[in-house]
Design a protein around this ligand. Sequence first.
Ligand code: BG6
Length: 510
Amino acid sequence: MPTTATPSGIHATAQAAPCTLVIFGASGDLTRRKLLPAVYNLLLDGLLPENYAVLGLGRKSMSDDAFRTIAREGIEKFSRQTLDEDKWQDFQRRVFYMNGGVDDTSTFTTMKTRLEEIETTFNLTGHRIFYLAIPPTTFKPACEGLDQAGLIYDVHDRMHYSRVIVEKPIGRDLESAKDINAITGRVFDESQIYRIDHYLGKETVQNIMVLRFANAIFEPIWNHRYIDHVQLTVSEAETLGTRASYYEEAGALRDMIQNHILQLLCLIAMEPPYSLDPDVVRNVRMDVLRGLRPIRGKDVEHMTVRAQYAHGTIHGKEFPGYRREDGVRPDSTTETYVALKVFVENWRWAGVPFYIRTGKAMPKRASEIAVQFKDIPQILFNANPNLPQAPNLLTLRIQPEEGMALRIISKQPGSKAKTHPVEMDFKYGDAFDAPSPEAYERLLLDVMTGDASLFMRRDAVEASWTWVTDILKGWEEHGTKWLPEYPAGTWGPIEADKLIETDGRKWRLV
Ligand code: BG6
């Protein structure tokens, strides 16, 4: 029996049972770039059940073979591992496509017939995973269609499972998130719903818990007594691309902070769970969200900065400003950059600021969490107030160049008692032979094995939206009419520097 790593943990033995993956939105980008390559890599790694099948549903009309060609191209271009002809042959005969819209009830009767045929052909037992890679406005007809066609097994059915995977965005504020949760919740039991946050599937993100709770040295100092502050940076060199219709309505706060970044914060700030049981881990993550100090009303003026990229140069290439991008309103006030000062109000983190920044069109793609420890007393090696010693710093590089570094102070070789900061650096690429699996590989496998640890529970989605919606309201009521700009290819607006510098600190050079 293959052994798969559990969320956090490791050593759990979980074998995925035979199942069919039904992808809604199969002719879209996510399916081609991420989902089909992920299933294929699971096959290569021997992690798929012996019997499985994939049925894609999309608006485009095409044959199974045409869909297989798209799948092959997607795998050739985006797969972590190269295409193996024998494995591909086995894979492709298990991949099917059907055309249809979710508003049309005949889609679901056809789906039922096709699913039953596929299940018979491949000796499948009837376990079904429905992946909703479609806009949230279509979740309602999709869920109702599945329900009315009798495609969903009851949660108490011991012979078959039905699970649904819900892609972001789960809403654009608290109310709409609640609506989406209510829609899926009417048809599926909470235990059948897997809300994806692909950051939680990243190897380096899972390693945060291991770092904290599989090592003796960090936990005793992981609190306000030793930590000065934490910086969380998720910068992207990419500009808007072709996503204007989505991004114009979203902006950086909704797109990155409400989900991915708050989840990173939860992993850094949470208490040790008493077990690796999915709900125990999700409970401690949830406690962090509950402990976030609200940023309401005029607080947005000194706790947040929002900005938009202007014309500039990234890696030697010129890019137009956000408002000149295709599909963007010329007077758009959508933010492409956010910086925040956040507090987690509990005993462990009392008074420790978490500085967060994320943006598009920045100088490089880099996600990292930097934990800065307190200054040592100004005596002995740190006695010269004009030459303060650099504090210890633990940097977790989420991506790229995955790894971590610890800055410590060392004696500079020579006869004088001079000190110098040095880095102990660990790189995944050097320490482990095999490349890390992609987030979607890990997450799809977890759905197949029924492990929900790395997925968002309903209460967590609503708690993070509650916090984010306060900021959105604050911006509406107290935001400046004028949105600060930063040239594409720079680290954000001057206002973001002020946010941290008024506290006597500086953004790290990533
Ligand atoms: C997505 C956002 O959820 O995450 C995108 O919608 C963003 O705007 C992407 O680019 C970042 O993911 P990653 O894995 O490339 O860091």
